[in-house]
Structure formats: structure tokens, C-alpha cells
Design a protein around this ligand. Sequence first.
Ligand SMILES: [Zn+2]
Length: 417
Amino acid sequence: MSALLDPKRPVADLKELRALTGDENGAQRVAFTPMWVKTRAWLKQKLSGLPVETHTDAAGNFWATMRGESEKCLLIGGHMDSVPNGGWLDGCLNVIAGVEILRRLNAQYKGKPPVTVRLVDWADEEGARFGKSLFGSSACSGNLDMDEARGLVDKQGIKLPDALKNVGIDFERVKDSGKELHNADAYLELHIEQGPVLLDLDLPLGAVLGTFGVERHAITFHGQAAHSGSTPMNRRMDAFLAAAKMSPECYKIAERSGQGVCTIGSCTTKPGIVTSVVEECRITLDQRHLDAEKLSEMLYDAKAASERFAREGNVRVTWERLWQIAPRPFDDELIALCDESIRETHSKSHRLPSGPLHDAAEVAASGVPTVMMFVQSLHGISHNKIEDTKEEHLELCVTAFDKLAEKTMKWIQKRER
Ligand SMILES: [Zn+2]
């Protein structure tokens, strides 16, 4: 099998794509733009020598299907779109590794693998233009909020439905994409980690346990404005003092939770002048955990702490939920296969949750058994032109991901629906 797979070929493809769709500021493959259309054409051309049927679904997701001995179906996915000034690997590594797997399957099984294998390039994973991530995959999973999406507008004032019309997509029909998942028995996605965990462990590859659930709230402390000179310290109702105590508390809450994270990302004060005690202080809190129960504990603890700090400071506190999403755990058996593939390729695997959301989270939510594999990110950074991964690690991830695809095909064959 190893002779049929050429892990250097996808690396060369990635470099070719970078030259074609990037500039001195990074990748410029923003969804539904002319560059994105050009990227799709490039992808089609890469697939042209293979016995695959291709089509674009109702949500603009691009599918390449290699019919197998069975109608049971393995899906491999990623996204060719990027943020403006993005990195050269985020999203497209997944798809291009998938192309290499199709080449290997074609060579090994003479174009007819044991199960049907479908490669999908999800439309607008990044949400860079309309501020809404996972467009194509959430339309496919059925989770897309149509009323919200209908009203989305880009910086030029163009509405999402009009931008879609320009690339031949009828917004009102995007959920018809859901039929693509009817025969899906498993979904695999390779991705750069985008964080520093594997880098710090000095490991190239990891098996992903699922994507974090998120609780996002605005917390406002209400005190009283008072003159900064005439108000003794013991008479103040200082909204900022109470809000500020939340910061070290959040580190304690995250630590108690195990693998959770908490971020106070913004802080605004009123009246916001140098000569007044703060009357009102609004902070935003973003909490994430893979375990739903731990996530709700983190939220409970933050609420209890905010009330305690409000009482101590003689101020009031109110909470407003901004957004939430449940954790999306991946399939235990597929996680085990992913671990095994990594161990057979390299010596050691590591299991880790994903902080960022991915298309895989949408597929998992639709009930298709799902797993992701992460490859180490240098600098632990992405959505930036400095995003990078060692070439030897890119080759390793293609090899390990291909093994995972093969193991998953066997797993699908054995499994009752
Ligand atoms: Zn991505």
C-alpha cells in the first residue's frame, strides 16, 4: 500500500495552490469570491484523471465520489476557502490529502474500493465574509439558522443570498444539501492543530476527541459614578473592582475544570473618564469545554463568583447570553482507529480536544460517526500567513490519515447500519 501512496505529492500540490491563490500577505481564497471559484477549478483539474463523479450540491459544497463495491460510504472532508491573508494549510491540507487518498484507492482497487468514498470541499467554512462559520456543513447537517443567515451582509453591503446567487446557489434551497449525508457511514477530517499542544509535546500527530462546547456571555456590573477626589474608598460602589475580580477567578475555574478554557475578551466602562469611579462595567466571558457537564459547572461557578464579588462591592450584576453551542464529541471507535493509525505511522499518539469549531462538528451533530486527526502547527498559530507545519510532518499526516481511511473502510464494511 505504501508504494501506492505518495505523501510528497500533496505537499507539492499545496505549494502549487499557494502560488496560485496567495500573495505576499498570505492565502486569499475567501469563499464565494472569484479566487475561490478559481480554487475549485484547480481542485477539479487535480481530480480529472481519477474515476470520480463530481458535483456541487445545493449549498455550494463540492463532492467527488468514487463508487465502491458497496453503497456504504466513507466521507473525507475539508475546506478550500481561507480567511483573507490566511495560511497555506488551513482547510486545504484536508482536501488535498483526500485527493491523494483517492489516487491511492484508484491504484490499489482499480477505481473500485470496497466502499464508496466521497471527498467533500465544504463551502465557506471560515465565514470570513459574512461572519458566520461552517455555512456549507451546517446547511448540510440541517443546523443552519435560515432567518439569521438570510439577513447576513458583508462589508460592501452585499447580502448573503445575493452573493450566493452570483455563484449559482439558491439560498432558499441550501438545506437540500442534507441528502448528501444519506449513505454516510463515517466522516474523517485532517486539519492542522492551529494551537500549540502538539508542538509543546513534541509530537507530530494527534487524535481529536471532539470540539469544545461554548458558553458566551456578557456580564455587566452596575455601581455608582462618584467623584474620584471626594469619595472615600470605603464609600465607593465600584463596578470595575467587582468585574476585575472575575479575571483571576476565571483562571481558577478553568484549572478546576481540567481541560476547559475561559477568556474575558473585552471590558468597557462607563462613564469611562479618569475622574470618576466606574458606574457600569461590562465584560464578555467565553467558556469552552469538551464535556457538557463540566461546561455547565464552569458557567455556574462564574455566575456564583460574579454574585459574590457584586455583594462584596455593594454593586449589582446582570448576565446576558450571547451565544452557545453544545460540545460535539467524536466517535469512540473512530478515535481508537485514529490513534492506531498514528501509532503505526509514528511512535506516539496524543488525544486532544479541539478548541476551534470545524466542519466535522456539524457532521458529527448530524449523527454520522466522525473523527479528526490533527497535525502539529509550528508557532501554534493559524489564520495568519506565518501559519506553517514542517514538511516531514505534512508527509507523516498524509500517511497516517490514509491508514485511517483504510481502517475506517474495513470498519464500515463490518458494521451493521
Ligand atoms: Zn480550517
